[in-house]
Write a protein that binds this ligand. Structure first.
Ligand code: DP6
Length: 331
């Protein structure tokens, strides 16, 4: 009754922002993403009749009982409850999890975290679920986690029910030689969690306009991905990130996730493009910024990013497969 899974985080090219059903985490719109090879969560889950309470240990923190783990712990326990219900078991769990990257800075640790917890938990509970069922379950832990289950480039389908809202692979990871160079500009944790942020989307006067146009945007990006037109792709991805932040900036209360370092990199990217380097940025709920480029330009992008004074660390990602099991347990 022990299993371990490794899950990639993912970067959304078309973003999930706002929910039409809070409890089920059904998004207002579909989204498109790529799994990231170097932003990984590994999670081991064991259900055992000898355990008296759920214990969740993250490598970032000291060993803690779930109660002391606050919101994150509660969310993970609720997820374990869903798995226990599905498997009709009543056993308490021990969970050990580790990320190979900083959490809470906009690198979508909840996506990899809940994808890994879902697959490890389900296996440890003795269940055999399809990719679709895993994605639906992962979505209920953290929306974006449903996109970390399938391989490569993924679309989260916009369904009105739980059964129709899940991630499907559009292309495998080797389909397109593009990369995501992540520039970490601060290790500060964000003040407003993503989960809380989603609830403010509808308070922006521009949100209805976004929703009116979003399906057209999804159609466009899928067409662009079909022909691998990198320039058109980058332009759309960058515009979409700025639109997401326009919604955040104009919601009430406003959300400002950028730090000075984020803006410095944005300006630099525009300058690098004028100098002929094909690179585009995207940003989520945090200060860290993703630089999207073709693989042939990765070295140049790294060199340039290192010149920006606020950039503390760089993480290079290729497109990755989805969530998978491993025999290397964490305990
Ligand atoms: C801006 O999936 O982290 O990164 O469902 O509340 O866990 P919860 O939200 P989450 O939201 C991700 C928001 C985003 C855009 C995206 O990844 O699509």
């Amino acid at each position: 009754m022990k299993a371990t899974a490794i899950a990639p985080s993912n970067i959304a090219f078309i973003k999930y922002w706002g929910r039409k059903d809070e409890a089920l985490r059904l998004p207002e719109n579909g989204s498109i993403s790529m799994n990231l090879s170097n932003l990984l969560t590994t999670t081991t889950v064991e259900f055992n009749k000898l355990f008296k309470e759920d214990k969740i240990v993250s490598s970032d923190k000291k060993e803690d009982s779930a109660k002391q783990n606050g919101n994150e712990g509660n969310r993970a326990i609720k997820h374990l409850d869903k798995i226990r219900k599905l498997a009709r078991i009543n056993l308490k769990a021990r969970v050990v999890t580790k990320n190979n990257f900083p959490t809470g800075t906009g690198l979508s640790s909840s996506a990899s975290g809940f994808a890994a917890l879902t697959l490890a938990g389900v296996k440890a509970a003795g269940l055999n679920l399809s990719e679709k069922e895993l994605s639906i379950l992962a979505r209920q832990g953290s929306g974006s986690a449903c996109r970390s289950i399938p391989d490569g480039f993924v679309e989260w389908l916009d369904g009105d029910t739980s059964d129709t809202s899940y991630g499907v692979s559009l292309y495998p990871e080797n389909y397109w030689d593009i990369a995501d160079v992540v520039a970490i500009v601060s290790k500060n944790k964000k003040e407003v969690s993503t989960t809380e942020g989603h609830k403010l989307a509808a308070s922006s006067p521009f949100f209805p306009l976004r929703l009116e146009k979003i399906n057209g945007k999804i159609k466009s990006i899928k067409k662009i991905m079909e022909t691998k037109d990198f320039k058109a792709f980058g332009e759309l991805v960058e515009a979409e990130a700025l639109e997401l932040h326009a919604i955040m900036l104009t919601s009430s209360p406003s959300l400002i996730y950028w730090l000075p370092g984020t803006l410095k990199v944005m300006h630099a990217v525009k300058k690098w493009r004028q100098e002929g380097l094909e690179v585009y940025f995207t940003v989520n709920t945090g200060q860290d910024i993703h630089l999207i480029c073709q693989k042939k330009d990765v070295e140049k992008v790294i060199e340039k990013a290192k010149e920006v004074s606020d950039v503390q660390k760089i993480i290079i990602n290729n497109p990755s497969k989805g969530t998978y099991l491993t025999e290397e347990h964490l305990f």
